[in-house]
Design a protein around this ligand. Structure first.
Ligand SMILES: *[C@@H]1O[C@H](CO)[C@@H](O)[C@H](O)[C@H]1NC(C)=O
Length: 454
């Protein structure tokens, strides 16, 4: 390759990891980008990143490195290029006293906020929660929780942010192809020459970046790709939505994001159309498919038979409990929508950003583990560093394909671990509630369950 020739990059997946990588590569001027996504519509309606909103925590991590990286992401979110998709509502982080993991996370995160110079406020009891200025709406018991309020941070209009980012990829000269499903890798020994598409087309490149989110495990298990898979798994997370009236929007418009770090319940302020999303940040559900050796595959609204977005009954119960504890008045409303949102989970909750050990020019940028969206503006910078072999040393082992054994072994075995191996609940990068379970179709909600009285 001559000096002024650009490196041709094929990026599989047009979500957060792929988009952010493309943006930072294009900015550097050294790369020619083709992004491929199997979905015919972009942003892909069933991607984890295509959503009403996602929490943007600033510094609200137990881990100081991630706290710093998240605060840096917030400074990017505020730039005009993100077109006002970020909303600084503040984040209320809570845990019950008798939940040691949640409480430890909240206490470390609070300390990191202070260390990074944020004006976070300790909230030692429910009376103090109720007297927070942005929470002057009818509130519940908060389950007796305590924690802190961080005025910096909030949420982003997730789907629109991806749209804005992809638009900028195109403006900077990147090519984005929707409906381009990769079915194989063209390999020559340890080198990947390009990818094969479902329509028979072959696309060559100097570098292939796999950023296929929750579809990454299935892609690697497919016969055409057949590459060694690191320990990542697609897990379904339960989301539910309410529609507020214009009067309710007026009443609730200033509420912060409320996030329980123990049972994983979280709820947003109303979005621009008055929708309020809530969910459980949990261990999630797996959907293993026999044809590909039991690899878990997302079951989304684009999956035939799953168009209703039904979530497990047990999860809707948890969501209803969480809502009653936070905003009991809103519990009187029917839910308008539910959805399984599919994470790509690693064992430790750290992302997977590394070269594939069996190939010289195949990179994985995935394993968001349910907490990467907020890094959409800056994660590509970190991915590019890894690609250019100048990755931050503090992340080297954490983001590695073969993470050191000591990091991936669960600290303690608990609950139903038989379903699929290690648990992520006490992982270092983030905290998640409960144990991973099998998605059982008979145990999903029906339309009747969305009605408030049930
Ligand atoms: C709750 O916390 C506040 C500090 O924000 C304190 O003044 C108050 O005494 C506490 N109330 C109880 C019942 O502990």
């Amino acid at each position: 390759m001559s000096g002024d020739e650009k490196t041709k990059v094929v990026i599989i997946g047009a979500g957060i990891f792929g988009m952010s990588t493309a943006l930072w590569m294009l900015e550097s001027g050294k790369y020619e980008i083709t992004m491929l996504d199997k979905c015919g519509i972009l942003p892909a309606p069933d991607a984890a990143s295509t959503d009403l909103n996602k929490i943007v925590r600033s510094a609200d991590y137990a881990d100081p490195a991630l706290a710093g990286l998240a605060l840096d992401a917030v400074s990017h979110w505020k730039k005009p290029e993100w077109e006002g998709t970020y909303h600084e509502s503040g984040v209320l982080a809570l845990s019950a006293d008798d939940q040691p993991e949640g409480l430890a996370f909240v206490e470390s995160a609070y300390k990191n906020c202070l260390d990074l110079g944020l004006d976070a406020q300790l909230i030692p009891n429910v009376t103090a929660i109720k007297s927070l200025p942005p929470l002057q709406v009818p509130t519940g018991s908060f389950g007796g929780r305590r924690g802190y309020f961080n005025p910096i941070g909030g949420w982003a209009e997730a789907g629109r942010a991806v749209e804005v980012g992809l638009k900028r990829v195109r403006q900077m000269g990147g090519t984005i192809r929707a409906g381009a499903e990769v079915t194989g890798l063209i390999k020559d020994g340890k080198k990947v020459l390009g990818v094969a598409l479902k329509n028979g087309e072959e696309l060559r490149g100097d570098l292939v970046v796999v950023a296929a989110g929750a579809w990454t495990p299935a892609l690697f298990a497919s016969p055409g790709v057949a590459a060694r898979l690191p320990p990542i798994v697609a897990t379904g997370q339960s989301v539910a939505t309410l529609q507020l009236t214009p009067e309710e929007v007026e009443q609730y418009k200033d509420i912060p994001v409320v996030f329980n770090l123990d049972d994983g319940y979280y709820i947003f302020p109303p979005n621009p159309t008055g929708l309020v999303k809530m969910a459980i940040h949990g261990a999630g559900f797996i959907n293993p498919q026999e044809e590909i050796n039991g690899v878990s595959v997302p079951r989304t609204k684009l999956t035939p038979g799953a168009e209703d977005g039904a979530i497990p009954k047990v999860m809707l119960e948890k969501i209803k409990k969480g809502l009653s504890e936070v905003y009991p008045e809103l519990r009187k409303k029917d839910f308008v929508m539910t959805r399984l949102c599919w994470y790509c989970d690693t064992v430790t909750g750290d992302w997977l950003i590394d070269y594939h050990p069996d190939y010289t020019n195949l990179v994985l940028a995935t394993g968001g583990s349910g907490h990467a969206f907020k890094f959409a503006p800056n994660i590509g910078r970190e991915i590019l560093k890894v690609i250019e072999h100048r990755g931050s040393p503090e992340y080297k082992d954490r983001w590695a394909f073969d993470a050191p054994k000591a990091m991936v072994e669960p600290k303690e075995e608990k609950g139903d671990v038989s379903a699929d191996g290690p648990q992520t609940t006490d992982a270092g990068a983030d905290v998640r509630a409960g144990q991973r379970k099998l998605l059982v179709l008979d145990e999903l909600i029906t339309a009747q369950d969305l009605i408030a009285a049930v």
